[in-house]
Design a protein around this ligand. Structure first.
Ligand code: UTP
Length: 290
């Protein structure tokens, strides 16, 4: 069984739903409390045993590159000022040299195309894909749970969430087979189905473990829903050759690609923080009483 050691972070999207904030700032750099979204995704991957972090970037995403790089001036200033606490925050989370790679998606042709751009880094190993704007707050990191399932099945694994019927057109939706209430056999997948045609209300959220063979299907470059090269359309082609398992997320997923989801995530994470949770609760109450 091949271990999952590599993760792809597609960050080449335009983030149009978050304009004007995302005109010069990548969506993935928006902070939830005090940490950018992309760092939550990297931390989750690290907790799942990922050793190689591959970012698929686009124009205007250099802030992400800088975020995971050394900042010698800042480090020197903090050291001179005796700010060991801030230095630890800065350096504790930096990947080791050689653990991180950036590849450019020259045109935002869709999520499937972004994943395909990383093919030469993935080579012939199974890999994870994490979408940083799908933030999952849970006691056990979601990808860790998925890696554990991959260790049992050696197949493809996707994270699932039940959505309202009327929302299926916003997601990839599965056709479920055997279902034990936590994991579900995936029989088929459809990208953005109309509610009337959706095979279920079990939608894929932004965590995947995929077999490398998917790169051959993605390479064909077939356009799907919205004229984009969809990851889902190539995932369908993997069904039947290896086990394909969906796992319901435990915890809460925030769609940080939308303003409401992003605001909700900030409140939820702030309320959980031991250093500020009670103050936040008090201020929220005061605001609500106004
Ligand atoms: P979204 O559907 O959220 O698209 O992409 P977007 O462009 O980021 O945002 P909106 O819809 O314009 O507001 C889902 C994920 O796929 C990545 C995005 O960065 C995001 O993580 N993506 C999407 C790419 O990397 N490249 C693409 O061509 C499209």
């Amino acid at each position: 069984m091949r271990q999952v050691r590599k993760a792809i972070f597609p960050v080449g999207g335009l983030g149009t739903r978050f304009l004007p904030a995302t005109k010069a700032l990548p969506k993935e750099m928006l902070p939830v409390v005090d940490m950018p979204l992309i760092e939550y995704a990297v931390e989750e991957a690290r907790a799942a045993g990922i050793e190689e972090f591959i970012f698929v970037t686009g124009r205007g995403k250099t802030a992400i590159q800088n975020h995971f790089d050394s900042h010698i001036e800042l480090e020197t200033t903090l050291r001179d000022r005796g700010r060991e606490d801030a230095l630890t925050l800065l350096n504790g989370r930096k990947p080791e040299p050689g653990q991180i790679a950036f590849v450019r998606q020259m045109e935002p042709l869709g999520l499937g195309h972004a994943v395909w751009c990383a093919r030469n880094f993935v080579k012939d190993e199974p890999f994870a894909v994490l979408l940083a704007d799908d933030l999952i707050m849970s006691d056990r990191p979601m990808l860790q749970e998925m890696v554990a399932i991959h260790e049992e099945t050696a197949g493809n694994v996707v994270a699932l969430m039940e959505v309202a019927r009327e929302d299926t057109a916003r997601y990839g939706v599965i056709s479920p087979g055997e279902d034990d209430g936590h994991t579900v056999e995936v029989l088929d997948l459809v990208e953005k189905p109309d509610p009337a045609d959706a095979p279920s209300n079990l939608a894929i959220v932004g965590r995947y473990i995929l077999q490398p063979e998917i790169m051959d299907y993605l390479g064909v470059g077939t356009r799907g829903a919205g004229g984009e090269i969809q990851l889902t359309d190539s995932m369908v082609k993997l069904i039947g050759s290896d086990p394909f398992t969906g796992v319901r997320i435990t915890g809460t997923r925030f769609d940080c690609g939308t303003k409401l989801g992003f605001l909700e995530a900030n409140v939820a994470y702030a309320l959980r923080r031991t250093d500020m949770g009670s103050d936040v609760r008090e201020r929220l109450r005061a605001l609500l009483d106004q």
